[in-house]
Design a protein around this ligand. Structure first.
Ligand code: ADP
Length: 470
């Protein structure tokens, strides 16, 4: 059964339940009040007849019919002797007790009775009052006063009818209102289903669910969340597609070179040194790329094996500087900016790799004559490591993407292949820093220095896995 039908049934049932309770309460209250009024009339009538009844010296019941005529209209009364003989009545046609069951009662009692008469059965309300005399409280008979309940019954029937019809109308209206209002409220869910099916059929994650209602109600929030999920999935799928295309592209070039060199040697039927060097260099390149990819996969999934120890960042930095000076040769000046003694918890080799990647980039992208400045300092509880160069800078459109896998700026892509860049260096740096609970950021503007800054938490005593995972 549809949600809409279920909600409509629920509304109807709730309204029906409320009306049932309300109906029972109203019916009960009205019935009680009407019966009480009848009982009061009967009690007053008995009070009026009471003085007309007397008991003579022989113990016989006597009756002075002074007020019987002034009784409220429709009041019947009977006076019965102890011997169950009818002494007096204002309706001689009825010779049987108005309430046979009440006659034996020692207390005044009101009872509903269905009395069979010649004209049919009559519903009566009967008050039986035992006639008690003397100090010995001797019961000499009983008086019964009765009145027809026809008006009360008719009122109750009319009330029941009104309540039933009212309840049925209210339930139908509630059901219809529920059906119509839920159609409007649930219509966006139909859109969600439609778009989800379209996405599945057309394999198109670029679709979004249109919604014109208030964005902060439940449905609006659901649709916003669904659209955000779609956006995330789309970007993940695109990243995956781009990644596969990039890997394929990066693998094809060295494989083509290797294939060409092998073909050449086969045709020449000898091992040519130049071709062997070419093969070796491409195999190295492939090995590096596969190694980088593996490292990236591990780092991205948080499974990069890291050997956390206390690392003296100043020592690490000097170590890398020495190594990178060889790479810079005389082309660039390598300068040391501020240097502080800084201890962090981390994996020495991985942190070194981050610094190498950053400095290698600075050297790679800065034209001859430029300079690269490396600095290390503290800022509160964090270590700040910076690498800046006065190269051409990173274009504004590239800046948000440089930490993505295989992302290479326009200039980097069109540069002659130097066997180094795959567009993985900064992604690796980013993930290593993240796995050290740190952050990395790049700032670059046209005509200004390009600066990469790494923030790492300073070591607080002993190093352990938990300290880093914190
Ligand atoms: P690769 O250097 O192999 O292309 P990276 O991930 O190390 O890949 O860098 C991504 C991109 O960021 C580079 O292609 C380049 O466009 C840009 N980049 C990184 N460092 C610098 C720098 N110091 N100066 C200018 N551009 C840079």
């Amino acid at each position: 059964m549809s949600l809409r039908a279920r909600l409509a049934i629920l509304y109807t049932t709730i309204v029906g339940g409320i009306l049932l309770l309300f109906g029972v309460a109203v019916y009960g209250a009205v019935s009680f009040s009407l019966t009480e009024q009848v009982d009061n009339i009967l009690a007053r009538s008995v009070d009026e007849i009471w003085p007309d009844i007397y008991v003579d010296q022989d113990g016989n019941l006597g009756f002075t019919p002074s007020s019987a005529q002034e009784l409220a209209p429709g009041i019947l009364f009977q006076v019965w002797g102890r011997d169950k003989s009818l002494k007096f009545t204002n309706l001689p046609q009825i010779e049987i007790p108005l309430d046979p069951g009440g006659l034996g009662s020692s207390q005044p009692v009101f009872r509903d009775v269905n009395l069979r008469t010649a004209v049919g059965t009559v519903h009566l309300r009967v008050l039986t009052v035992p006639l008690v005399v003397g100090e010995s409280e001797r019961t000499v008979g009983a008086m019964q006063a009765a009145t027809s309940m026809a008006v009360v019954d008719a009122t109750q029937r009319a009330l029941l009818g009104v309540l039933l019809v009212g309840a049925i109308i209210a339930m139908v209206v509630a059901g219809l209102a529920g059906w119509i209002s839920t159609r409007q409220a649930l219509a966006p869910l139909g859109d969600v289903t439609r778009v989800a099916l379209q996405i599945t059929r057309a394999d198109d994650l670029s679709r979004r669910i249109p919604y014109s209602g208030p964005p902060d109600d439940e449905v609006g929030q659901l649709i916003t969340a669904f659209n955000q999920t779609l956006g995330r999935l789309e970007s993940l799928f695109n990243t995956q597609r781009r990644f596969l295309a990039d890997v394929g592209h990066e693998l094809r070039t060295p494989l083509t070179v290797i294939r060409g060199n092998v073909d050449l040697m086969r045709r020449m039927d000898c091992l040519d040194d130049e071709s062997m060097d070419g093969i070796e260099s491409e195999v190295d390149r492939l090995t590096r790329m596969v190694g980088d990819l593996l490292l990236l996969a591990q780092a991205e999934s948080g499974k990069l094996p890291l050997d956390f120890r206390l690392v003296e960042m100043d020592t690490l930095l000097l170590d890398v500087m020495q190594q990178m000076r060889v790479l810079a040769k005389d082309r660039l000046t390598m300068k040391l900016g501020e240097i502080d003694q800084v201890l962090v918890c981390g994996d020495y080799d991985r942190l070194k790799q981050v610094l190498v990647n950053l400095i290698a980039n600075a050297i790679k992208y800065t034209p001859p004559g430029g300079d690269v400045v490396v600095g290390l300092g503290k800022d509160g509880h964090r270590a700040r490591l910076s690498v800046s160069d006065n190269g051409p800078g990173i274009p504004e459109e590239d800046l948000p993407h440089i930490f993505e896998r295989f992302y290479r700026g326009e200039k980097a892509r069109t540069r002659q292949r130097d066997g180094k860049g795959f567009g993985l260096g900064l992604s690796i740096a980013y993930w290593i820093v993240r796995n050290h609970n740190g952050t990395i950021e790049a700032s670059s503007h046209a005509g200004e220095r390009t600066t990469f800054t790494i923030w790492l938490p300073l070591a607080q005593g002993e190093c352990s896995e938990e300290v880093i995972q914190r």
